[in-house]
Design a protein. Structure first.
Length: 214
């Protein structure tokens, strides 16, 4: 009876105290990546928005409210199991990002931009040219550009508040219904009981002692 109570107490103490697990993303890209299989991404990232390039009026604030520490922008053709291109950025940087016309900021190995004309990224060291989306051809496979605001807010001086219809996924220009866009965030670490390793070690020692006695 005493042994059963002691075992129950130890188990309760071990499982009641949790600490964050030592955990790292299995897929944590730096810079623009191209032709990435979805299985590589979905093991570490979860979707907080997906839709067709033809969709419009998607509020960015609603999407960002579901983000963890990092955000990924990605695009692929409808029906494909691989992303044509993707890049990641710290959520804190993205949610406050408001760049001037044709200006980018370097973040996690890519050039990012966002204003009332368009938002997206280009390869490290690349410039952009917004009419309204980025239309430059150089290193085109590494360029993603989504129209943003509508109406009077289509202005580089305005902050990006929504995603509009179109426009670019790498070298695919005028992308609309045949293309999908994704915004993802990293899957958070799952807490592991702090006392679990000690508990398992103790149980192993106890079992070994019992075996020796027998």
């Amino acid at each position: 009876m005493i042994r059963k109570f002691t075992a129950t107490l130890v188990l309760s103490l071990g499982l009641s105290t949790c600490v964050p697990a030592a955990w790292a993303l299995t897929y944590d890209p730096v810079g623009v990546q191209t032709n990435v299989n979805e299985a590589t991404v979905f093991g570490s990232w979860q979707t907080i928005y997906s839709g067709l390039y033809s969709d419009s009026g998607i509020a960015l604030a609603d999407i960002y409210s579901d983000a963890n520490d990092q955000v990924m922008f990605a695009a692929r053709q409808v029906g494909s199991t691989s992303f044509s291109l993707l890049a990641t950025i710290d959520t804190a940087t993205l949610t406050t990002l408001h760049t001037a016309h044709n200006v980018t900021v370097e973040a996690n190995g890519a050039q990012w931009y966002a204003n009332g004309l368009s938002m997206g990224f280009a390869g490290l060291g690349s410039s952009i040219f917004q009419i309204d989306a980025d239309v430059l051809f150089s290193n085109g496979a590494q360029r993603l550009s989504w129209h943003t605001n509508s109406g009077a807010n289509i202005d580089a001086d305005a902050a990006a508040t929504e995603i509009g219809a179109g426009w670019r996924a790498g070298t695919a220009y005028f992308a609309y219904g045949g293309w999908e866009r994704f915004i993802l965030t990293e899957i958070p670490a799952v807490p592991v009981p702090a006392g679990l390793p000690l508990l398992l070690g103790g149980m192993g020692s106890f079992a070994l002692m019992r075996r020796r006695r027998n």
